[in-house]
Design a protein around this ligand. Structure first.
Ligand code: 5AD
Length: 346
């Protein structure tokens, strides 16, 4: 089967077989890759036009009770200087973001026991009250359905929880035994049922990832039908068990972004910080391969380098909300417009 024929078929069926995935991740000429990316672009443009949505990311705690082998803020990493942001600071970040045109705030953090449901609801309802026309996205890990319901009732609209890998065995090689894929997937179903716009996702090139595990990731996306999918290259962090593992590549990430767009056309798909970290033009290339969201950092400057999920994480310049004008220009240069609306799933 030829590469181009495969792209066409995947696009037409909005589905993929493991053989087709193998072809699309295998040897391809530049021309073939450009065809894949171009088709993904066309599909995105049909749904969302030439728009790129922006989300302001506020990383409000780097404490985490989990010990994921790949993650820089894992519990056992003693090299991390831990911090938490007070509600007032979080609100200031939102205010600054609002002035810059942000209408989505993503509150992300490790699984930090200090932030009880009561504290989370207090923060969410304060943001909701001050910024009634903005979307509030939470990204704070695995909780009970009751907790998710409370945050939703307090005013949260969206929730990001990457599934990390949809394959049991692979999941077990990335996480300690107290974490389970079954529970993680259940969280995503619960969130969806409550009425959140949900995002799942995975790292590209994580250790032990194979075509087969990636295929399961794509099938999980087809089954869950999430509103958002976050993928970015795995990048080793020097103080984790995976310090010496190989990083994921730009090209694999671009191919997978394109495939996700083709099989799930309406998805909100960020060109992630990790993609911007491994390549100067990662964000633009991501957009040209089907992504339509960027998530610059709105956290206070003095904590940014403490939220180190991986080495050399980009958090200044165009990755930061201060670089908005420049980011806008870069996106304009590739024929897209960075817009200020909430950018809901449609
Ligand atoms: N490289 C890339 N992405 C990472 N994440 C965590 N650690 C790394 C790493 N070393 C991703 C995980 C997590 C998200 C917040 O960041 O997928 O869900």
């Amino acid at each position: 089967m030829s590469y181009i024929f495969t792209v066409n078929e995947v696009r037409e069926k909005q589905n993929i077989t493991v053989e087709q995935l193998r072809i699309l991740l295998g040897n391809a000429s530049e021309e073939e890759l450009n065809f894949l990316y171009g088709q993904a672009r066309e599909v995105a443009d049909k749904v969302y036009g030439k728009k790129v949505f922006k989300r302001g990311l506020i990383e409000f705690t780097n404490y985490c009770k989990n010990d994921c082998y790949y993650c820089g803020i894992r519990r056992s990493n003693n090299c991390v200087e831990r911090y938490r942001l007070e509600k007032e600071i979080i609100l200031e970040c939102c205010k600054r973001g609002y002035e810059l045109g942000y209408r989505t705030f993503v509150l992300q953090g490790g699984e930090d026991g200090y932030f009880t449901d009561e504290r989370i609801c207090d923060i969410v309802s304060s943001v909701r009250e001050k910024f009634p026309d903005s979307a509030i996205t939470l990204s704070i890990g695995e909780k009970s359905k009751e907790s998710y319901q409370k945050y939703f009732d307090a005013g949260a609209n969206r929730y990001l929880l990457r599934h990390e890998t949809a394959n049991e065995e692979h999941y077990g090689r990335l996480h300690p035994t107290e974490l389970s894929l079954v529970n993680r997937k259940q969280c995503l179903w619960d969130l969806k049922e409550i009425g959140y716009q949900v995002g799942c996702g995975f790292m590209v090139g994580s250790s032990y990832q194979t075509i087969e595990t990636l295929y399961e990731d794509l099938m999980f996306i087809k089954a869950l039908e999430p509103h958002m999918v976050g993928i970015g290259p795995f990048i080793p962090q020097q103080d984790t068990p995976f310090a010496k593992e190989k990083a994921g590549t730009l090209e694999m990430t671009l191919r997978l972004l394109a495939m996700i767009r083709l099989i799930h056309p309406h998805v909100l798909l960020p060109a992630t910080t990790a993609l911007g970290t491994i390549h100067k033009q990662g964000r633009e290339l991501g957009i040209l391969a089907g992504a339509n969201v960027v998530m610059p950092n709105l956290s206070p400057v003095d904590v940014r380098d403490k939220y180190k999920l991986y080495d050399n994480k980009a958090c200044s310049g165009d990755e930061a909300a201060e670089g908005d004008a420049n980011l806008q220009l870069r996106i304009k240069n590739i024929g897209y417009e960075l817009v200020c609306d909430r950018g809901d799933y449609c």
